[in-house]
Design a protein around this ligand. Structure first.
Ligand code: BEZ
Length: 232
């Protein structure tokens, strides 16, 4: 059985989370979404990742991307790991790891998948990492979901390899640009760099779509497929 494929409608689901019961599609509304999974609460790599995700949350909002995390533990564990205890002003581990006075609450929910139902349904288990009872933990999945609720990107890292959230912002910039314009982004592209004209556009179509100009690089094959244009 193949897992979720690019272009599939991302399955809607209801789940408990740190902000109450969530229905994924309603939570996303007409925004983009990024769902990222974690193996377990109170683990080192996950704590650093969620801290970084919290720090970058304004960047995701700027791009109209709603963030939602998932980990295999209960809502109670998630809150104990991530919240600000108002009465004592005591920050739990993720916020304390950030050591940042501007971040007093985790700015996105964490889904409680303590029964592993979503981990199984969405193909997120890491067979090599197990808990003390021998049960597999969740891998580090990233799903980017478009406003049409279709899967635009998926990345699957094993539990032992932390992700780079700056890279996730970079790929979202590429996804959002290429959803609007007939371009592709080359290796190591950053916003503002030149982009490539997609192969299925003729030179005439490219000239009219990209009035700032198209530059073609000469190649040994003589084929004229490496066509750059300034980012539209
Ligand atoms: C971690 O978050 O540090 C971690 C979790 C499970 C397996 C390995 C590392």
């Amino acid at each position: 059985m193949p897992g979720l494929l690019l272009g599939d409608v991302f399955p809607d689901f209801e789940a408990d989370s740190t902000v109450g019961r969530i229905s994924l599609h309603a939570f996303l509304g007409n925004s983009w979404g990024i769902l990222f999974s974690h193996p377990r609460d109170y683990t080192p790599v996950c704590t650093t990742e969620l801290g970084r995700a919290a720090k970058l949350s304004a960047e995701f909002s700027k791009r109209d991307v709603k963030m939602i995390a998932l980990s295999l533990d209960s809502v109670e564990d998630h809150l104990g790991w991530s919240k600000l205890f108002q009465a004592t002003n005591h920050k739990a581990d993720i916020l304390a790891y950030n050591n940042d006075s501007s971040c007093n609450a985790l700015p996105f929910p964490i889904i409680a998948d303590n029964k592993r139902e979503l981990a199984v349904k969405l193909g997120m288990l890491d067979p090599d990492e197990r808990d003390k009872d021998g049960m597999p933990l969740t891998a580090r999945c990233v799903f980017v979901i478009g406003p049409d609720k279709r899967l635009k990107l998926s990345i699957l890292y094993p539990a032992t390899t932390g992700r780079n959230f700056d890279e996730l912002l970079r790929v979202i910039d590429s996804l959002q640009l290429t959803a609007q314009k007939r371009v592709a982004t080359p290796v190591d592209w950053k916003p503002g760099d030149n982009v490539m004209v997609v192969p299925n556009l003729s030179d005439d179509e490219a000239a009219s779509l990209f009035p700032s100009g198209v530059t073609t690089k000469d190649l040994p094959s003589g084929k004229k497929y490496l066509r750059y244009t300034p980012q539209p």
